[in-house]
Design a protein around this ligand. Structure first.
Ligand code: SF4
Length: 81
């Protein structure tokens, strides 16, 4: 399972940070930080989700009010949102 984070879309409400410790708050920038994320495009970060964190990571995507977080299964199918 993979997670993709669009930093440009993020409005820094930090609900994702409360749901999964793969996200941290950058209070100065007003943006979340996807820990261990690789920037694949400008302001677009991707990483694998550890098997034991899949539930929390999915919740982080569900609570984002602006859909800045997308979760994909191992076949690349979009699961959330
Ligand atoms: S929940 Fe969404 S808008 Fe809020 S900090 Fe996380 S990515 Fe940004």
């Amino acid at each position: 399972m993979k997670i993709e984070y669009d930093r440009d879309t993020c409005i820094g409400m930090f609900q994702c940070v409360a749901e999964w410790d793969g996200f941290e708050a950058d209070e100065t920038a007003g943006k979340a930080v996807l820990l261990d994320g690789t920037e694949t495009d400008e302001d677009l970060f991707v990483r694998d989700i550890p098997a034991d964190a899949e539930l929390d990571a999915k919740f982080s995507a569900r609570v984002c009010p602006v859909d800045a977080i997308t979760v994909y299964d191992d076949d690349g199918k979009q699961l959330i949102p």
